[in-house]
Design a protein around this ligand. Structure first.
Ligand SMILES: O=C(O)CCC(=O)C(=O)O
Length: 260
């Protein structure tokens, strides 16, 4: 795979994503799944009403609320493992920084439909979105823990503004809703062991079904102003840093925090 790094990079640059099949072996997935399931179980108990009514994801998985020291270290070591750092360094060559983690699952309420969006639309108005897609990149690395329908993406939209159909659907204008199909959408089915890397600002939606559980890692370019999005509790402390094989991703974030 690593011999294909420049090919993957070119694919990301042009299309806004790449997928690597069978990137993780069964033992790697089973080890990470065990930790994540502990988190998910406790999170659901603690957020019962939200989970039953409307949730489709949780976040802050590396935080101290639900996982032990040892389990958090396992997660940190997985996120900054050589396998993932090779790809992260390739897409964000200078000082990539850890932002957060999210866990995506099927909403209990089956009426809820999977919906198109760009992540930046929740922080920027339309003019801001037009600008930001050309300026910075936040990277999502999706690790499906079970086979799932995967994601639907609009290739190239990480650098290209919406056409009329995409805009109306994503912004729910002119009678469209965000769960409408898009003629430009490309479905990427994923199996446990696969890895999908995609730009958070491209037009995308998760595809619900199959009782999915997908672990998403978010990483950003240190030159972009995202450090305020990082929760201190989700970062390793000094005693954990000593147990992380390659802590650069976290040290870069800690460094940005210390300057903000
Ligand atoms: O899987 C989902 O439900 C949505 C995923 C998503 O929007 C994201 O990872 O930013």
């Amino acid at each position: 795979m690593v011999e294909n790094l420049s090919q993957l990079n070119r694919h990301y640059d042009g299309q806004g994503y790449f997928v690597i099949r069978d990137y993780f072996n069964a033992a790697e997935i089973s080890a990470i799944r065990e930790v994540i399931l502990k988190f998910h179980h406790s999170w659901k108990q603690d957020n019962e009403y939200f989970y039953q009514e409307e949730a489709f994801n949780s976040s802050l998985i590396t935080g101290s609320q639900y996982l032990s020291f040892d389990d958090r270290v396992k997660l940190f070591n997985f996120i900054s493992s050589k396998k993932l750092m090779t790809l992260i360094d390739s897409v964000i060559p200078s000082n990539p920084a850890f932002m957060n983690t999210q866990l995506f699952f099927d909403p209990v309420n089956r009426q809820q439909k999977d919906f198109w969006h760009r992540d930046c639309q929740y922080d920027y108005d339309v003019e801001g979105q037009k600008k930001i897609i050309h300026e910075t990149q936040v990277l999502h690395l999706r690790v499906p823990l079970f086979d799932e329908h995967g994601m639907e993406l609009v290739p190239g939209s990480h650098k290209c503004w919406d056409n009329d159909e995409e805009y109306n659907v994503r912004q729910e204008e002119n009678g469209s809703v965000s769960s409408d199909d898009l003629s430009t959408g490309k479905k990427i089915k994923l199996a446990a062991g696969d890895l999908l890397v995609f730009s958070a600002d491209m037009i995308h939606r998760g595809l619900y079904g199959l009782d999915r559980l997908a672990f998403d890692i978010l990483v950003f370019d240190s030159s972009a102003n995202y450090v305020d999005y990082v929760d201190d509790d989700c970062l390793p402390d000094k005693s954990m840093l000593d147990k992380i094989d390659d802590p650069r991703l976290y040290i870069n974030t800690l460094h940005l925090k210390s300057m903000s």
